[in-house]
Design a binder for this molecule. Sequence first.
Ligand SMILES: [Zn+2]
Length: 451
Amino acid sequence: MASKVRAGVVLPAAYALVRDARFAMLDMVLERDRWSLDEIRAHQAERLTSLFRVCREHNPYWSAKFTEFGVNPNGSDPFTELAKLPLLTKDEIRANWKRMRSTHLSKSDVVHETSSGSTGMQINFYQSRIYRQMHAAMEYRSRAWMGVRPGEPYISIQAHGAHMTRKTRIFRGARAWLENGYILDAFHLDPAKMREQLIQARKLKPVHVHGYSTSCMTVAEFARDAGLTDWPSVRAVSTTSEQQTPQHRKILGEVFGAQVYDRYGSREVLSISMQCPEGGHHIYSDVNFVEFAPVSEVGGDLNAIVVTPLDNEAMPLFRYRGGDEAAPIEGPCKCGRVLPLMTGCRGRVCNNFITPDGRIVNGTYFLYYFYYQEGFKSYQFHQTTPEHIDLYVVPDGKLSQERHDYLKASCRKISDDYQSQFNVDLHIVDSIPKRPGGKHLYTISDVLRHI
Ligand SMILES: [Zn+2]
């Protein structure tokens, strides 16, 4: 009953109060699950044309690109027009992000992800508020696929502390309270407290457990070893942000006694695919136009995932290659949904680190230091002993003093965030060797391994 009141009254009212349209848009995105392929295609065409026109009028960067590559915003086949554009790389965004913002939206309608705290982190993309709210609605849509309704209790294993401003932390806390959620901080999973935390969380009768793949796995393993394997209320476990392996799937399913789902999205492109109860990874084609491009460095059976989000007018990304890999799958899914299928995604693989006093740190914590930073080509954090981390950085050209200072400050901040339990040594290098299999790892721990 309580969750029905939350879902039907409290949550919509609270979000409406802060002029957040996520609930207003929820019915709209749920309705799309019933669209035919033709309806999806027609919607994509309409959105692409609309984005082209917005860019021609209000986005000098893309308008110049259209001229350069002969894209006609009013062409009769927008898919043909889109295909004239080359793939958009991260390097191109890095070099041009300030000029890639559309000019027609007011400052208050655009979110610029920017510095959090004193680290000087820059995040160089813009999203319209309405795009972000729509993807909050998409989040509820994904939960609906798992049989989870808004307002039902959940456990979220996510970043909740480091790299966050006080305001964000308060907002997240308030949101969890409103939504009946229990947050475990993926950057500080503390075995000394986890038993008590899990018992506390279980009292909420959570129906859904979600978070980073490796952190969910850490919690599940802890729960199993502590004998906390009785989770009758949990209906679904979903992981995101990191590659979900068959082993994750197995352990999570066993410990929580629930179906396990894999969700895929990124910071720049929020909802890309969602797994259905039959195990098919469906592409949310009503919000993205997704292509699979053969790219020489990918190889094997997989292709580069290339995404054109259809609703972010603040900074349109046409044919964006985010760096993840998958392959399309032909044919229908047993679940009856017509949204197209792809394989699971070969994406980020993170080693988790462990502090000398036993806290487990999701590798994403370290990645934050380099999100959208300029001046660096590559990097790697390597934990060699419980107390020691080597940070290897390949500069992009000559390393400026300011960039060097940023790296030194980051090393100090890591140490501070974990009460000086880590010593972090900075090494400026020309290259970083790839791992067997050719994959670059951003975080490696010789002390705690998850892959
Ligand atoms: Zn399906």
